[in-house]
Ligand binder design. Structure first.
Ligand code: HAM
Length: 416
């Protein structure tokens, strides 16, 4: 039997309904903040992701040559494509530009619960402003989305990658050596970071200072421990968040992020219920446009791991919305089958969802099927009722039933 590829999933109707309704909530929330949707290709020139995403992403890239010999890659994330689309098509539009996107991404990772090779991101970017207000707006939108989905337990952490970068540069680390070291620090793998730091020319005491920094966690007060513009900047971001009524994220200077393009504020949201793969959202400010041939433009954005946040909701016991068909039309005998189809047509024209027996089943079996698909009502079309231009409407939950004139059926159904 041919199976779906490792790390991918099929979404069956009940799951798809749940996913679409949650997607709708995210879309509505994004629109409430003035973001507008874009869609970019699922594959891009591989270069787009190789130029600046960092070693992790490059190792996980689904890259291939097409028949024309072009080097392409399935997108591992959507920030680089969004900025490419901006450089290609939107760079003359009034700034800031607020966009959002939803779609699948591909990373060749080791699959486990909450980690897939094909997964979905819902993300947003504000392009063209580099202010604490912009960063606050992005964090507020991300937190609002998670809240709107109904997730109960989550925690946001905010940091500034500039603090670590500055420290590393001062200790003699070159731009080429930086990404590898930051990757290790991101995962708090100090033992593995040290040899790289040493090879980059760092003293052990400087390395210790960097390790200490990554462990700087707490309320806004911890920002007083570090001096400089980054600390002042984060205080302003937190002030704007507070003005918008957003609960303050924890300050954590150890937020490094797995991607290499961040330059300023960075943040993550996690759902503890998920255990190991608990990061449900990540983002921050960066510049990428100059690498793709545009002018240097500052942006801030985030992406929610859609699959992970849904997994967290499920673990918290959230019952996703279920779509049930309004009516299942059953012909009581073979001579009323045509009339049954006429009624299904009438209901659908009136905006009522209707399903109908397609298998020439006897009435008892058709009723069983109506129950198994969760139809709210069954409409039984029998020759006796038809003499009075009526059908029998049966409430599948209570079992109550009554005769209803066919002409009254749409209104009667709408009333329920
Ligand atoms: P990221 O942290 O690499 O950031 O991914 C964002 C989210 O996608 C993660 O927090 C996680 O929930 C989800 N995710 C990542 N990999 C997987 C996977 N293999 N399976 C399931 N979910 C996964 C970015 O991609 C940036 N583009 C975010 C951003 C936008 N920064 C600025 N703008």
């Amino acid at each position: 039997m041919v199976q779906n590829p490792r790390g991918t999933r099929d979404f069956l109707p009940a799951e798809m309904e749940r996913r679409r309704s949650y997607e709708g909530i995210l879309r509505q929330t994004a629109q409430r903040y003035g973001f507008r949707e874009i869609q970019t290709p699922i594959f891009e020139e591989a270069e787009l992701f190789i130029l600046r995403s960092g070693p992790n992403i490059i190792n996980e890239l689904y890259a291939f040559k097409d028949k024309g010999g072009r080097d392409l890659a399935l997108r591992p994330e959507m920030t680089a494509p969004a900025i490419r689309a901006f450089v290609n098509n939107m760079s003359n539009e009034p700034k800031p530009i607020k966009i959002f996107y939803f779609g699948q991404c591909f990373r060749y990772e080791r699959p486990q619960s909450g980690r897939y090779r094909e997964f979905f991101q819902f993300g947003a970017e504000i392009i063209g402003t580099a202010t604490p207000q912009t960063d606050a707006e992005v964090i507020a939108a991300a937190l609002d989305m998670v809240k709107a989905l109904g997730l109960k337990e989550y925690k946001a952490r905010i940091g500034h990658i500039g603090v670590l970068r500055k420290e590393l540069v001062q200790a003699g680390v070159s731009a080429e050596k930086m990404p590898e070291i930051l990757q290790k620090l991101d995962k708090k793998l100090y033992e593995e970071a040290w040899p790289l730091m040493e090879a980059a020319g760092m003293e052990r005491t400087d390395a210790e200072a960097v390790f200490d920094l990554t462990g700087t966690v707490g309320g806004i007060g911890v920002l007083n421990k570090i001096s400089g513009t980054e600390s002042e900047y984060l205080k302003q971001v937190l002030a704007y968040l507070s003005a918008m009524g957003v609960d303050a994220p924890e300050v954590d200077l150890g937020v490094v992020r797995g991607l290499d393009y961040y330059t300023g504020m960075v943040f993550e949201i996690e759902a503890p219920v998920l255990g190991a793969e608990k990061q449900i959202c990540g983002g921050g400010s960066y510049t990428l446009s100059e690498i793709f041939g545009g002018e240097k433009v500052f942006s801030t954005g985030f992406a929610i791991g859609f699959d992970r946040v849904l997994l967290a909701l499920e673990k918290e016991g959230a019952v996703g919305p279920v779509n049930r068909v309004d009516a299942y039309v059953v012909a009581a005998s073979s001579d009323t089958t045509l009339k049954a189809f006429e009624i299904a047509g009438l209901l659908r024209r009136n905006g009522i969802s209707a399903d109908i027996d397609l298998a020439d089943r006897k009435m008892a079996k058709a009723m069983k099927h109506a129950a198994s698909i969760g139809s709210r009502f069954a409409i039984i079309v029998g020759s006796e009722d038809l003499k009075n231009d009526s059908v029998t409407l049966r409430d599948m939950t209570s079992g109550e039933q009554k005769a209803v004139k066919i002409s009254d059926l749409p209104a009667e159904m709408r009333a329920h």
